[in-house]
Design a protein around this ligand. Structure first.
Ligand code: F6P
Length: 328
């Protein structure tokens, strides 16, 4: 049976991540391939409320697969949290003839689309785009792989100067409440210690480990600190704490910040984004809704959006063990 969906709106919402442009390109080109109209919605839910729309065809997304950020822009929108805001958004979408939505973002963006679907029956499919990799129902979110490569590159550089001066560096990485970036980049960059919110082993253990490290003849040390870690101290307080208890160390701090969100997406993120965009449009045209596209064991899967929102992404226990063995 032919699909009733004739025009799909695509938008990015929440924190941007590398690979979002590749996903937009994929959605737009899949629509063109399937002979369905596609409209870009600018600035996420804010642009939906303001009717900030632009029809997009296959040529509108030339030369963006390699670009970081999002050409559709992103915004955090308070108005969409209100029934009045959502009503205006619905009227704008209807006036534009948009039948269904592909939302590229994190769990906050999916929650908005789910509520909107409940109120107005608007079909939606989510594509997980965030560097944090904190979404249930997928082993990889778009941008995570690129962010890891960025972080590892930065830590390699920090190590050069750290070892030249026999220094200890605390490097803070993003990840909001989860430690996926810290753990993976920490293992990849050979960090001496990795502090993640999921495994608080206390400050005594950190001191012990740093003491052992010095005694064993290491010339420099890198400690990765996830921004959401649970030691109760931020990186600057950790520096003071270590300087007070282990004066033998010359300590510096580096907060990597938003550079982790920028830059050209890795090949992995571009391919994943391309696959997810096709899957999202196909699912909508098959009459499916309220699902998130994910990847597991390199196969694309669809997870009910409420489960993706409520579930928690699990830490890789095996990788935690590997990190412990590697810091010996
Ligand atoms: O969710 C992505 C992320 O970069 C987190 O890692 C970080 O905690 C947060 O967004 C920063 O948000 P903002 O860009 O609004 O400061």
């Amino acid at each position: 049976m032919a699909s009733t969906i004739k025009k799909i709106g695509v938008f990015t919402s929440g924190g941007d991540s590398p690979g979002m442009n590749a996903a937009i390109r994929s959605v737009v080109r899949t629509c063109a391939y399937m002979k369905v109209d596609c409209v870009g919605i600018f600035r996420g839910y804010q642009g939906m409320i303001e009717g900030d729309f632009k029809p997009m065809d296959a040529r509108s997304v030339n030369n963006i697969i390699n670009k970081g950020g999002t050409i559709l822009k992103s915004a955090r929108c308070d108005d969409f949290r209100t029934p009045e805001g959502r009503k205006i958004a619905y009227e704008q979408l209807k006036a534009e003839g948009i039948d269904a939505l592909v939302v590229i973002g994190g769990d906050g963006s999916f929650t908005g689309a789910m509520i909107f679907n409940r109120e107005y029956g608007f079909p939606m499919i989510g594509i997980p785009g965030t560097i944090d990799n904190d979404i249930f129902g997928t082993s990889f979110t778009l941008g995570f792989d690129t962010a890891l490569n960025t972080v590892v590159d930065c830590i390699d550089k920090i190590r050069d100067t750290a070892s030249s001066h026999n220094r200890l560096f605390f490097v803070e990485v993003m990840g909001r409440d989860v430690g996926h970036i810290a753990l993976n980049a920490g293992v990849g960059a050979g960090a001496e210690e990795i502090l993640i919110p999921e495994e608080d082993r206390g400050l005594d253990r950190l001191l012990e480990s740093l003491k052992r490290s010095k005694q064993s003849g290491k010339s420099s040390s890198i400690v990765i600190v996830a921004e959401g870690d649970k030691t109760g101290k931020n990186v600057f307080e950790l520096k003071e704490y270590v300087e007070e208890h282990l004066p033998i160390y010359d300590v510096r701090v580096s907060v990597l910040g938003h550079m982790q969100r920028g830059g050209a997406p890795s090949c992995y993120d571009r391919v994943l984004a391309s696959r997810m965009g096709v899957k999202a449009v196909e699912a909508l045209l098959e009459g499916r809704t309220n699902l998130m596209v994910g990847v597991r064991d390199n196969k694309l899967i669809l997870t009910p959006i409420d489960k993706a929102i409520k579930g928690t992404s699990k830490m890789d226990k095996e990788l935690i063990r590997v990190s412990e063995i590697m810091t010996t």
